[in-house]
Design a protein around this ligand. Structure first.
Ligand code: BES
Ligand code: MN
Ligand code: MN
Length: 461
């Protein structure tokens, strides 16, 4: 039987199983969901077993476990290591969901006329890694596993994969492979396939500014007492100049500049500024002078406030000068910026610009290395050929702005390159309320993945 026929025959069940998986709130960031997250790992393991994987194991780590499984068909054939994550982002703000985040529903949208699954994790990454489990099931059931396949599905990606490097170190043999295959990124549009060729890194800090030793009456003290909220705002505002360049000393020292040829090639990927503005409801795009919007979102580093708080934020007015103000700040990094180096540069700079009137604390949160993936490898070519078969178009290589920290570690620790063959759309609202994943995308992924394995095996014959 043909893999495709198998897929068509089992379409309904393949969808129902994903919906069932989406009902498990495996939120890694929130300890109150620890039970669900652990249960999710077991459920994933059971799916791998049923699909035909051998040596399936829920491998304990210092944090949430990694689900492992494999099918070793022939030592002379190449091995593909499939990576994904079963953990999801918190659903907050829950009021903004049109339907409950962990009760998946299928609805049509403008970009998904065939329907999309609305649920937290639908696209990031349950819907996407599960395509691999279902494609694998179809390959096993039809006796068409063209190479060795290993699965490694982790549960801490959304909190920085902090224990995963140890897992890689401790499992070198078990994870030995020729390439890593990941579906946790996107395509340009359902009729414009693309393959991600780079991810940004991340440095994430929390800052605390302390002014007076207690909250003060803003009338009695205001004017002379330093207001940490005002001061924090001024400090943050000074982190970019009038050209939107980041002012942190040394911030751009290691930034890899792209050649004119590379930038010209990038500009080939279709991008409509109008559609972009409309899709997120903004009046104008902004950003660093001298770069296009797609470049600002991928090959250039950023600095963004992710949250800021302090003082009185309840109902009505309260006249107060707060003692403390806080902000969470993320910096997206590009090759060859190093997250630890950028964090210390930020800390040194922020301390330098703090006025004498306040005390400052900078806490480093998780980080991640940027990564670029080759386009001249047999694995990239296999992915390109596979997508061309199912989309009828050669996919465009694109650098993405998001981060998957473990991709750099696959290279550093295991010596493995990665192929980022994702199927989501930027508009799928990952990490946001009403996250969704197109049925078209889910089934297109299941259809494309077996071609990848076949094409990759053929290139190694
Ligand atoms: N799957 C995303 C990253 C992504 C999405 C890359 C779309 C490219 C296109 C991943 O789950 C994610 O959210 N990563 C975090 C990393 C962080 C928690 C260390 C991110 O980018 O914020
Ligand atoms: Mn993801
Ligand atoms: Mn994510």
């Amino acid at each position: 039987m043909d893999v495709n026929d198998y897929m068509n025959e089992h379409r309904e069940r393949m969808l129902d199983e994903l919906l069932e998986l989406l009902r498990i709130p495996s939120i890694s960031a929130d300890p109150s969901y620890a039970g669900d997250t652990l249960k999710c790992a077991e459920v994933v393991a059971e799916h791998l077993r049923k699909a035909g994987a051998d040596n399936v194991e829920v491998v304990a780590t210092e944090g949430y476990p990694v689900v492992y499984g494999e099918k070793l068909v022939d030592p002379s054939k190449p091995t593909v290591l499939v990576y994904g994550h079963y953990d999801v982002q918190p659903a907050d703000p829950i009021d903004l969901w049109d339907s409950p985040a962990f009760e998946p529903v299928i609805k049509k949208t403008e970009l998904h006329p065939e329907g999309a699954i609305f649920a937290r994790g639908a696209c990031d990454d349950k819907g996407q890694f599960f395509m691999h489990v279902k494609a694998f099931e179809a390959m096993v059931a039809t006796n068409q596993v063209p190479c060795n396949i290993k699965f490694m599905i982790e549960g801490e990606e959304e909190v920085g994969s902090v224990h995963l490097e140890d897992f890689l170190e401790a499992n070198r043999e078990r994870l030995a492979a020729d390439v890593v295959l990941v579906s946790d990124t996107g395509i340009i549009a359902n009729d414009v396939p693309s393959i991600t060729t780079g991810l940004r890194g991340l440095s994430y800090v929390e800052v605390e500014v302390t002014g007076p030793n207690r909250d003060l009456h803003s009338g009695l003290y205001g004017g002379a007492a330093p207001n940490p909220i005002n001061i924090l705002c001024e400090m943050i505002a000074s982190l970019k100049d009038e050209h939107q360049h980041i002012t942190v000393e040394g911030f751009y020292d290691d930034v890899a500049e792209l050649s004119t040829e590379e930038r010209t090639a990038m500009a080939e990927a279709p991008f409509s500024e109008d559609a972009y503005k409309k899709s997120i409801g903004i009046g104008a795009v902004e950003g660093e002078a001298g770069y296009s919007a797609p470049e600002r979102m991928s090959i250039r580093p950023t600095l963004d406030v992710n949250g800021i708080w302090g003082g009185y934020t309840g109902e009505g007015a309260k006249t107060v000068i707060a003692s403390k103000a806080y902000a969470k700040i993320s910096m997206r990094l590009v090759p060859h910026q190093d997250p630890d180096d950028i964090t210390s540069k930020f800390e040194a700079h922020f301390k330098k610009i703090a006025p004498e009137s306040v005390k400052l604390k900078v806490t480093a949160m998780h980080g991640g290395q940027p990564a670029v993936t080759p386009t001249d490898s047999s694995a990239y070519q296999a992915a390109s050929a596979a997508m061309e078969m199912t989309y009828g178009k050669v996919p465009v290589p694109v650098r993405s702005g998001g981060s998957i920290p473990i991709v750099a570690s696959f290279e550093q620790i295991l010596g493995l390159k990665t192929v980022l063959m994702g199927f989501g759309l930027d508009s799928d609202a990952i990490h946001s309320p009403n996250e969704h994943y197109g049925l078209f995308n889910y089934f297109k992924g299941i259809e494309t993945i077996p071609h990848f394995h076949a094409e990759f095996a053929a290139r190694h014959a």
